[in-house]
Design a protein around this ligand. Structure first.
Ligand code: GLN
Ligand code: ZN
Length: 764
């Protein structure tokens, strides 16, 4: 098929969820990994899921359907297979699928340990992709088996199919140079040759359209994005034999890449009109000759589309574009399958929501209204208007008390604590800790017993009192263990928490916890983000009973454990009707109320975790400063309600801290524990460079591995740390919570950690 004969389409989505409405893929893949099912059974589950998705999209009325959007683990890893870039260390694994899983997860094959590829966050979503490795010897070689098989399998549905691939600029920008290779983006022209080969092949197979995803073009992560886009798509667009090319961008607004793409011979450009504005389109006259795929339905959040507003946006697009297609802003991979599966939502809240299936319906309705006039979808628009109106007046979204309390705290300057030095003196007098105090990050192993108890409670096999007692026993055991280990600042161990965000969301007003709202986080791991829909407040204390029970068992200080406002936002579906900053302040107020109650109950140390501080950092440089301002303010609002002699800790992990290091200092926590075991204490130098002068606990060992560290290596780490930080400021702790570890690993590791602290103390 040639470009000219590819029929236009009117309604589509950029991709779909793939883990299965009941997490069927997760279960099947995990069974395959543990040899409980074979390849045939796994493939059958996958084929059923693909078939169901396809039929649902076609039945709903989309006239172009994405394929190659299924994945056994991750679409970036699939792209690495397609381009032939898997690293040589996985080559000995002979079976193709097992090799793929070895790249994703590592493992032992024929007695040889294979390290997995790294995993990192996909832009600013909670999805994680497998980072391609580009070494000096990496070659590119087309391996189109998966894409061809999925096309073939789908061909019977009778709707136009559109293979989706990750674009070359995004692929290389998100890759990592290994083995001393130069930055991967330098290999762009070479890689584009493989894309050219693929496009020819797809044209031979009769494919009308191909979707090439280039989300990196909405970020500031590549230099000269516009010039690169123009070079790549001029070349691919200039191929004599190819399908029509649709370059999809999402998660934000294009700047100079938009006119650049419009200058190339490609047929369609996808723009995100939920997270980017529509006005920029009119400044690009060349769009008059293009199809604009208008992402007007939010693909990554769960709110119902305001259809009337979306139709207005589409009208604006029409004035700039030659042709308009209605679409989601990005793949709906990031939202749950369908609202139909949710029970226990009140009707008002339900009417404000749209999950994956509902978003497809919205796209189809909008395409119809756009083509035939608003009257053609009068009923749908009416329902949408009613939802918009009810959301606007619902009292749960506008709590005067919450709002005035925040205003009062701000105007009283009560988001700041006393001087750090005064706080330190007051806390030293109250706590009387040894130099280099030892502590842990909060959680102790979530043992099988704990998990079984939680499942039994949910299934009604045990009553709440029995469950509470089991958890209290667990707390008592953890306190006893820490005393035996001679740790200085204890924790209760967090046995009662399923998840550090959901636990709080379940107790706060303004949140709704879904029953079935699973989304893929990475591989077979799924999460169920709570929906933050209203003004947030804390109707009752959330953690005080647990912490004060733990404190009652010991004379040593027990640290209260809370999750910070930014992390709660980062791991939830957050309301889109007010700035994130305002929502963060409300969550912060609820946490503040909890800190005050903890203090009142006699707790002297409170940790407010912010592991996700880096995660919400905007993709565009010009928006970063504003984010850092409000996220820091939220933390301070949450923590400045306590007295000077109450010690505030925070904990950060999971990321490169470079861009947020100044913000970490600005949090002004008395003690910051920070992941550092893998970055060799560099983080301390970085903190010094921004004038950080409070307490700091650089993780002295990596809890992400089952390996038990010996005393010497931690002694060495502490001596290194003392070169950067005086002993009065240095804390000793692991680099993250211990919940994923086994009990005996934890006991041994902590024993060594305490020994190391004592050794270094004695050297002073
Ligand atoms: N307090 C939490 C825990 O120990 C912190 C978890 C995290 O950093 N993600 O589990
Ligand atoms: Zn952590």
């Amino acid at each position: 098929m040639t470009t000219q004969s590819a029929p236009l389409f009117t309604a589509t989505v950029l991709g779909s969820p793939r883990i299965g409405p009941n997490r069927e893929l997760k279960r099947a893949v995990e069974k395959y990994w543990s040899d409980r099912i074979g390849r045939a059974e796994l493939d059958a589950v996958a084929a059923t899921l693909r078939g169901d998705t396809l039929r649902q999209l076609a039945d709903a009325g989309l006239d172009s359907i994405p394929v190659n959007t299924f994945s056994y683990y991750d679409h970036m890893l699939d792209q690495s297979v397609l381009l032939g870039t898997l690293p040589p260390r996985v080559a000995p694994v002979t079976d193709e699928l097992d090799r793929y899983f070895a790249a994703a997860r590592g493992g032992t094959y024929d007695g040889v340990d294979i390290a997995p590829l790294e995993m990192t966050k996909w832009f600013d979503t909670n999805y994680h992709y497998i980072v391609p490795e580009i070494g000096p010897d990496t070659t590119f070689m087309l391996n189109p088996a998966k894409i061809l098989a999925e096309l073939d399998e789908a061909s019977s549905v009778g709707v136009a199919l559109r293979p989706v691939i990750v674009g070359p600029i995004t692929y290389l920008a998100l890759s990592k140079a290994v083995g001393g290779a130069d930055a991967p983006i330098g290999r762009l022209d070479e890689l584009v040759g493989v894309y050219a080969e693929l496009l020819e092949l797809l044209a031979d197979k009769g494919v009308g359209w191909v979707q090439i995803d280039e989300p990196v073009l909405v970020t500031d992560n590549v230099d000269n994005a516009g010039a690169l886009a123009e070079r790549v798509y001029s070349r691919l667009g200039g191929l004599a034999k190819r399908p029509a090319v649709f370059v999809a961008t999402y998660f934000g607004e294009l700047t100079d890449a938009l006119p650049a793409l419009a200058r190339t011979p490609i047929e369609a450009i996808g723009v995100d009109l939920v997270y980017g504005g529509v006005d920029a389109l009119s400044a690009v006259p060349a769009l008059a000759g293009k199809t604009v795929v208008a992402g007007v339905v939010d693909g990554r959040n769960i709110w119902r589309t305001d259809l009337a507003a979306a139709l207005d946006t589409l009208d604006t697009v029409t004035r700039a574009a030659g042709n308009v297609v209605v679409s989601t802003s990005c793949s709906t991979l990031h939202v749950p399958y369908s609202l139909e599966r949710e029970t226990g939502i009140d009707e008002a809240l339900r009417s404000w929501l749209a999950f994956g299936a509902e978003k497809v319906t919205e796209v189809v309705a909008l395409a119809k209204g756009f083509a035939q006039g608003r009257d053609a979808i009068a009923a749908e628009v009416e329902t949408s208007n009613a939802a918009v109106a009810s959301r606007r007046v619902d009292p749960r979204l506008n709590n005067a008390d919450v709002r005035s309390r925040i205003a009062e705290i701000r105007s009283a300057g009560a988001t700041n604590r006393g001087q750090a030095a005064d706080r330190r003196a007051a806390q030293e007098a109250r706590l009387n800790l040894p130099p280099l105090p030892t502590t842990t990050i909060g959680s102790y192993p979530q043992t099988t017993e704990i998990r079984v108890a939680r499942a039994d409670l949910r299934a009604g096999k045990i009553d709440d009192a029995t469950y509470q007692q089991k958890m209290r026993d667990e707390v008592a055991a953890v306190i006893k263990l820490q005393e035996e280990l001679d740790i200085d600042v204890l924790v209760h161990g967090e046995p009662e928490r399923n998840d550090m965000v959901q636990y709080f969301a379940e107790q706060l007003e303004g949140f709704f916890a879904t029953q079935n709202g699973w989304v893929q986080s990475y591989g077979s791991r799924c999460v169920r983000p709570p929906v933050l829909f209203g003004d947030v407040f804390r109707p009752a204390p959330m953690t005080v009973a647990w912490t004060s029970y733990a404190q009652s068992l010991t004379a040593r200080p027990v640290k209260g454990m809370l999750t910070g406002p930014v992390t709660i936002l980062a791991w939830s579906f957050v309301r889109d009707d007010q700035p994130l900053a305002d929502t963060a302040a409300q969550v912060a107020l609820a946490i503040r109320d909890e800190t005050v109650d903890l203090e009142r109950s006699g707790v002297a140390i409170i940790q407010v975790d912010e592991p996700a501080l880096r995660e919400l950092l905007p993709l565009r440089t010009r928006q970063k400063q504003e984010y850092l301002m409000w996220s820091v303010e939220a933390f301070r609002l949450a923590t400045a309600g306590v007295r000077d002699d109450t010690q505030i800790h925070t904990h950060l992990c999971y990321s490169e801290f470079g861009e947020v290091i100044g913000a970490i200092a600005d949090l002004d926590a008395d003690v910051t524990s920070i992941e550092a075991a893998r970055s060799h204490m560099e983080v301390l130098d970085d903190l010094n460079a921004v004038g950080f002068s409070n307490g700091v606990g650089p993780g002295v060992y990596d809890i992400h591995s089952p390996r038990v560290p010996n005393t010497d290596e931690m002694t060495t780490a502490l001596r290194e740390a003392l070169a950067a930080v005086p002993a009065e400021r240095l804390w000793v702790n692991p680099d993250c919570g211990l919940k994923t570890r086994k009990n005996d690993e934890v006991v041994e590791s902590l024993r060594h950690m305490v020994e190391a602290a004592k050794t270094v103390r004695a050297e002073r």
